[in-house]
Structures are given as structure tokens and as C-alpha cells.
Ligand binder design. Structure first.
Ligand code: MN3
Length: 194
């Protein structure tokens, strides 16, 4: 069984003007598709691993009986598939505000505005390609803002994802070029969860 792109429950233009249609289409049909294709290719030699939930592959990465080059490919492309699948879900314009989450953000970070400021500062600091996450730390159930490079998964770090921002240049360069701060600031308009 092969991995496939999850269905996007909204149009490529649904996040305009903050995330433009062209970026969405390329991001989903080219970048995400490439992670899916390369994950499938990496698993070709291992029929026993095919079709396992991608979360399981990532959590179990160090124990998988695979060649090292394939382990790296599963980490990168499995992570890319997993992270993007979540990203699209979090950005669904039909999402409702999560009042419990807002309450917890208020108590953890002071206010939603303070949280946004900290999150944006963190995202601005990602050097190279990566993601900024709001996640729950398995150790103490607390909310944390965490930058994670490349396509590594928060699951490997003992974090449960809540939402994430893609700060790879492919996520914003067509519209924002070098202006990552502007992309981040505008992104709050499409995140309906808080
Ligand atoms: Mn991306």
C-alpha cells in the first residue's frame, strides 16, 4: 500500500490574500507530492513497512530494520509528508476557534498577543529550512514553542503537535520573497484555531 496526498478540504485560493493560490498549488501538488513519492520509493525494498501509519515509522525510526540511507530518506520524506498533512489541516478555513486552547495559551504565555509575539520571534530565528511548532511536551503536558529543522518530526522529540508554521522558503517565497516576518504576521489571519 502506497502513501498518498491527503485530500485538501479547501481550494488553493481559500487562503488568499495571505497565502496565494499559486504558492498553495505548488506547495501541495509539487512539494508535498514529492515527499510522498520519495517516501514510497524509500520503502520499496521493505514491503513489511509499507502502509504503516507514517507516525509509527517516525516514532520507531531508530529501530526500523532498514539501510541507513533509507532511514534518512524515511526521516526526511516521512517527516515531510506528516508535517505537511498537519499543516493543511490546521489551515482549514472551516476550523473553529479552540476556546480551551486559547485559555491555555493565555495562562501559559500571558495572552494570545504575547504568544503570537514569541511564536513569531521563534519562527524568525529558524536558520535554513524548518518549522515552528506549538506543541505539548509529553514530559509535563505544558505548551511549548519549538523550532524544528528540516522535516524532522515533533513526535521524535516527545512533543504532541498542536499547530505549525512552515518556514521553508517554498512556503512563502513567491509572494513574500525575503520578507519572512510579513509572511508570519499575515499567517495569523488564516489560522482560525486561536
Ligand atoms: Mn512546505
Amino acid at each position: 500500500m502506497k502513501y498518498t496526498l491527503p485530500q485538501l478540504p479547501y481550494g488553493y485560493n481559500a487562503l488568499e490574500p495571505y497565502i496565494d493560490q499559486e504558492t498553495m498549488e505548488i506547495h501541495y501538488t509539487k512539494h508535498h507530492q514529492a515527499y510522498v513519492d520519495k517516501l514510497n520509493a524509500a520503502l520499496e525494498k521493505y514491503p513489511e513497512l509499507q502502509g504503516r501509519p507514517v507516525e509509527e515509522l517516525l516514532m520507531d525510526l531508530s529501530n526500523l530494520k532498514v539501510e541507513e540511507a533509507d532511514r534518512i530518506a524515511i526521516r526526511n520524506h516521512g517527516g515531510g509528508h506528516y508535517n505537511h498533512s498537519l499543516f493543511w489541516k490546521y489551515l482549514d478555513p472551516n476550523n473553529q476557534k479552540d476556546e480551551l486552547l486559547v485559555k491555555e495559551i493565555n495562562s501559559t504565555f500571558g495572552s494570545v498577543d504575547d504568544f503570537k509575539k514569541q511564536f513569531a520571534e521563534s519562527a524568525a530565528k529558524v536558520f535554513g529550512s524548518g518549522w515552528t511548532w506549538l506543541a505539548r511536551d509529553n514530559k509535563n503536558s505544558k505548551l511549548v514553542i519549538q523550532n524544528i529543522l528540516n522535516q524532522d518530526s515533533p513526535l521524535i522529540m516527545g512533543l504532541q503537535p498542536i499547530f505549525c508554521l512552515d518556514v521553508w522558503e517554498h512556503a512563502y517565497y513567491l509572494k513574500y520573497q525575503n520578507k519572512r516576518a510579513e509572511y508570519i504576521e499575515n499567517w495569523w489571519n488564516v489560522l482560525k484555531l486561536i
